[in-house]
Design a protein around this ligand. Structure first.
Ligand SMILES: [Zn+2]
Ligand SMILES: [Zn+2]
Length: 188
């Protein structure tokens, strides 16, 4: 089946050494990191659909989860939180992939037209698919457990205001867990 067809690489977004993938709020543009989930594959599928229509396109209508920016609280579909570099990368992979599929279709028509002495077109081999993105750097973000959803989140180290859980939207106080416990002792 795959006689020199394209190797699909680079569809996974890079992770840092702790396994986190970078996100960026479409509103305030602040960075944070989450562990990748099934959303990634659906975001890629959606990019691909922009370049050529799938017969099974309805599978992509499942929709993407709504996430909330941990800092400013803006809600948006998950693919809006891809960083500009990730968006560009996924689009280039999708475009190259679509070109390969079209090439395979044309080449197939050419092969089956062998009875035709003068084929009216030549399928031009497309460029190779882009390689994976650069590895994700480890930078100064702190890891916070989102107890509401059982997921970890990496946020700006010096952020001392309330945070929203990106998954469920719960608002968490601006104090560390230890400070909250101390505060409760004081109040009781
Ligand atoms: Zn934001
Ligand atoms: Zn949550």
């Amino acid at each position: 089946m795959s006689d020199g067809g394209p190797e699909v690489v680079g569809l996974e977004l890079p992770r840092d050494t702790a396994g986190f993938t970078r996100r960026e709020c479409p509103g305030c543009q602040r960075p944070f990191k989450m562990r990748p989930g099934p959303f990634e594959a659906r975001a890629v599928l959606r990019k691909l659909q922009a370049f050529f229509s799938f017969e099974n396109a309805h599978e992509g209508e499942e929709g993407l989860p709504l996430w909330r920016c941990p800092y400013c609280g803006q809600r948006a579909e998950a693919d809006a939180f891809l960083t500009p570099a990730q968006q560009t990368h996924l689009e280039s992979v999708a475009r190259a992939w679509a070109n390969h599929v079209r090439y395979e279709q044309l080449a197939h028509v050419n092969r089956t037209l062998s009875v035709n002495p003068r084929p009216t077109f030549v399928a031009v081999a497309p460029e190779a698919l882009p390689g994976p993105m650069d590895p994700e750097a480890d930078e100064l973000l702190r890891t916070l457990p989102m107890l509401c959803c059982g997921e970890d989140l990496k946020v700006l180290w010096d952020w001392d205001q309330p945070l929203y859980c990106p998954y469920c939207g719960s608002r968490h106080g601006g104090l560390s867990g230890r400070q909250q416990v101390q505060l409760r002792f004081i109040q009781e």
